[in-house]
Design a protein around this ligand. Structure first.
Ligand code: ZN
Length: 308
């Protein structure tokens, strides 16, 4: 039995040796793996990857695509990636559960809309109706609460359902739901198909709202501080450089959506000035508590790194 164990240990060590030989230390140091979902909210990340790819040396971003937030979160929480562009509330929840991550920048500014079926005229008409959000831990849930509050309604007066973003426009078309709020371009898709209209833009409900964030693992920041610093600086610069024209070019490359959908969607969003300020973060945590997403969201000083 003991001999067999020794053989296994030697074999395992040999595999580790071979793996480390196949990748030069330089190459290993230069690539950072960032998880994403194919949404317009992640364009600053795609632009960062593009710009770094076009330079011969230095840091490169390996984009790792996921099909849903839970799958992306699993990878992030297990350190299978170095970071992610993710809904900030989901990242806050992971942090609260003891996962070592930090939010280092915003994904975008504004960029969410509340979409309702064409027969709904005001927020008050949503009473008793069915409304879809992608996840309870999202700014979309907060924006639904703000929409209802604007008409003196509470979340208990609508049927809230969680749906995959891609299913929302067709669910609205088939009257399975009466409205939805989700990452873009799925709101624009509903508008483009003529099945829904914009009731509110996020800026009308919540000034300087937060939605997605660029999150890095503590492991990556601790082990490769220079790479983390460079990535955050390049990411913020890429966001500042993303004008409408450039954003559309990148969106076409990464999102496989029709021009019309992208033109509508990109009107609502911007990527400049992606710092997470204490003031806007605290305005988020107040809403997270007020609308029951979490009683104990992480403090700015524990969760946000603005110094990278
Ligand atoms: Zn977002």
């Amino acid at each position: 039995m003991k001999k067999r164990t020794n053989v296994l240990i030697v074999a395992a060590a040999f595999i580790v040796f071979l793996t480390s030989c196949s990748q030069s230390p330089k190459q290993k140091q230069e690539t950072v793996k960032i998880a994403y979902l194919p949404i317009t909210h992640a364009l600053a990340l795609f632009e960062t990857a593009e710009e770094l790819e076009s330079t011969k040396d230095g840091l490169k971003v390996e984009l790792v695509k996921y099909g849903s937030w839970p799958e992306l979160l699993d990878a992030l929480n297990a350190n299978r990636v170095d970071g992610a562009s993710v809904l900030i509330e989901l990242a806050m929840k992971s942090k609260q559960e003891g996962i070592g991550i930090k939010a280092v920048a915003l994904g975008h500014r504004d960029g969410n809309v509340v979409i309702v079926s064409n027969d709904i005229q005001s927020a008050a008409d949503l009473k008793g109706k069915t409304f879809a959000i992608p996840h309870r831990q999202s700014s979309h849930n907060i924006l639904l609460n703000e929409t209802l509050a604007s008409a003196g309604l509470s979340i208990d007066e609508v049927n809230v359902t969680e749906l995959a973003p891609t299913e929302m426009p067709s669910a609205l078309a088939s009257k399975q739901i009466d409205g939805y709020c989700v990452a873009e371009p799925f709101g624009a898709m509903g508008v483009s198909l003529g099945v829904g209209k914009v009731l509110f833009g996020s800026e009308e409900l919540w000034k300087d709202s937060l939605c997605c964030g660029l999150v890095l693992t503590d492991k990556f920041i601790a082990e490769r501080p220079e790479a983390a610093k460079e990535l955050v600086a390049d990411y913020k610069a890429a966001g500042n450089a993303l004008n409408k024209e450039k954003a559309k070019e990148i969106a076409k490359k990464y999102l496989n959506q029709k021009d019309k959908v992208l033109d509508i969607s990109l009107q609502w969003i911007s990527y400049n000035d992606l710092d997470i300020t204490e003031e806007t973060y605290n305005a988020l945590t107040e809403r997270v508590k007020k609308y029951g997403l979490s009683d104990n969201p992480p403090a700015y000083s524990d969760f946000v790194r603005n110094d990278l």
